[in-house]
Design a protein around this ligand. Sequence first.
Ligand SMILES: Nc1ncnc2c1ncn2[C@@H]1O[C@H](COP(=O)(O)OP(=O)(O)OP(=O)(O)O)[C@@H](O)[C@H]1O
Ligand SMILES: [Mg+2]
Length: 722
Amino acid sequence: MELEGELHNHNHNHNLLQDQTQPLLERSLLDELKESQTSTPQNDNENAAEDWSRCFHWDSRADDIRFNTFGLSSYRANQREIINAVMSGRDVLVIMAAGGGKSLCYQLPAVLRDGITLVVSPLLSLIQDQVMGLKALGIPAHVLTSTTCKEDEKVIYKALDRGIGALKILYVTPEKISKSKRFMSKLEKCYHGGRLSLVAIDEAHCCSQWAHDFRPDFKDLGILKIQFPNIPVAVLTATATYKVQMDLIEILHIPKCVKFVSTVNRPNLFYKIHDKSSIGKCVVDEIADFIKGSYPNNESGIVYCLSKKECEKVAKDLHDRGISADFYHEGMDVVSREKVHLRWKKSKLQVIVGTVTFGMGIDKPDVRFVIHHSLSESLETYYQGSGRAGSDGLPSECVLYYRPGDVPRQSSMVFYENCGLQNLYDMVRYCQSKRICRRSAFLHHFGETAQDCNGMCDNCAYGFEIKEVDCSYVTTVIISLLQQIQEIDQKTTMLQLVDRFMSKIKELGGSEESASDLKREEIEQLVIQLIVDCILKEEFQHTAYSTNAYVTLGPLWKQVLDGKRRVNLEIHTNHQVGSNNSTDKGAKRKRTSRLEKKLDDLRSEISSQHGGIFPHSVLSLQHMSLLNTHKPTSLDKLEKLIGKVRTEKYGAQIMHAIEECFNFESSDSDQEFDLNKTPKKKGTHPSQMHQDSGVSTSEFKVPATIPDDRIFDWIDSNIVAK
Ligand SMILES: Nc1ncnc2c1ncn2[C@@H]1O[C@H](COP(=O)(O)OP(=O)(O)OP(=O)(O)O)[C@@H](O)[C@H]1O
Ligand SMILES: [Mg+2]
């Protein structure tokens, strides 16, 4: 046993060292790879590192499409460079945080290049979202699946076969590539006719068995580069460790790809771990109170649960507490699932309660909160799920309800997976830590250097005083309890062990050190800490219906018994240090102005008038905030704020809404203003009048001094980038 302990200790240190050097090694390998890629370009600039941010001859056309078609006033980080690499005919591997704007990186080149772009994406619901959004922008996009009607199929095949019709972007699921010979032969015709312009593989991590959403059909997508070697392939995903990235390059046959790895940091997300009650009813009460208190205006959110049954129960319980919530899981038929998804997407349902399968690539930009009802199986899964919040760049919250008792439940589900327990224990460390910045934990996990959290996680924001309690003695009591249990050939679960410990402490009269001072929850926390630190370990046993997790002695127990290793537990003292901002930055609510409310109603109305397109396809929150601040007085001015396509489609209705609202407000404030004339109050910009009147309380108020054509830049650098 001692030798085992020593050996494990050695391995543990070795692993730690490896953990620390791995990101460095990966970074240097990445740099080397980047250099080797850029030194073997397929153009004239042999050996010259390509600068993707320089000027290209398509710049002005690209800018025009970005603004007038997509309604975006500037590019986000890396978007322009990626688009330039794709436009130059290069394969690209894009790793960009959830909500970072990967779609534009292939949708804009798709519009800009002649011919048809093929997009492979894993989920039908996700594809339908994208196609609906593109159609609303006037871009001819289609989806081809087994459920596509004959008429649409004809249109698509005509376009592929003979270049007839206006198809620009065709979405398919991977199964179409691996299973439909007919489709592949049409695609070949399209390629040989010079009409295939780009292949995009979205959510590409599904190709790798090392990633969390592995999909076997994705493995066959390598065929695309083999069959269409001259067509650039854009491979995109939100999370991919170095191992997954290498896997993608190999599986998809893109050894010369240009890699764009953006930071995983999401500065607008507030991360928080919430202590979870051991009573189920209380947990739902707390979640309901949180939603009602922080999001009283029907702001959208997601609650993630571990099982289908739990989703249904939590959705019902939330509903019973007055929250419009419904469940979504893979056990439902496609139609009911889609119904729930659409109601939520159109903000007719506030909360969707789903399993992890809900959310991949879902483009709902205004998700204000993501709650995890239970522990996630890995940091990667948690990052991906919580990343569904705030893709519009506005402050949003990610809250995980944690209790140690949830660990055995998760571990018995993942222990047989490759690195399953290791990944879970990383997640547990994240939840149990009361000091380490949550943001830094993510950045470290994905091999990035630390960045300023700006008080956007509980550990950085609250400044609770933390006491380190020496639990070495308590640990020896736990170890001796386990020895006794093992001697009589019995097994114990984590919760049973804590029960036994509590009675033992009573027996001992609570005299020893501070053992009796620890609350039950703290002892649970300690046992879990001992497990992730290898002093104890989990063992698993299958029964006919489930797998049980038991606690036994781990490789390092003797070191504690011999006094060679101290055990400290971090505990909150309930005392908040100094006057550190105690309010959640993420929970700070923006009051909506009258005009924003009016525009919000208008976009819902327009969305139902136009066959149920999504409200944000009509106007995004940023658009509404801009209109609120700048109150355009003509269609020309409106176009400068929201682009040509939206102005042509909805301009008249938007102007009418502004006029109505402004007349109403100006009568309130005794100021005369006619939209078609200059304001009578000399020298006052309408937005200034608005701000002066104190009506607008937008958190992201754009200063009226910012010229119209710089507004989006201002938002991106002052809101999105912060
Ligand atoms: N340059 C930009 N300026 C402002 N908003 C943008 C920009 N690019 C994209 N967006 C918006 O950001 C949101 C998220 O974009 P998108 O769906 O492409 O993200 P993603 O990276 O694919 O995320 P996911 O990993 O969740 O699929 C969308 O609402 C999109 O309109
Ligand atoms: Mg996406």
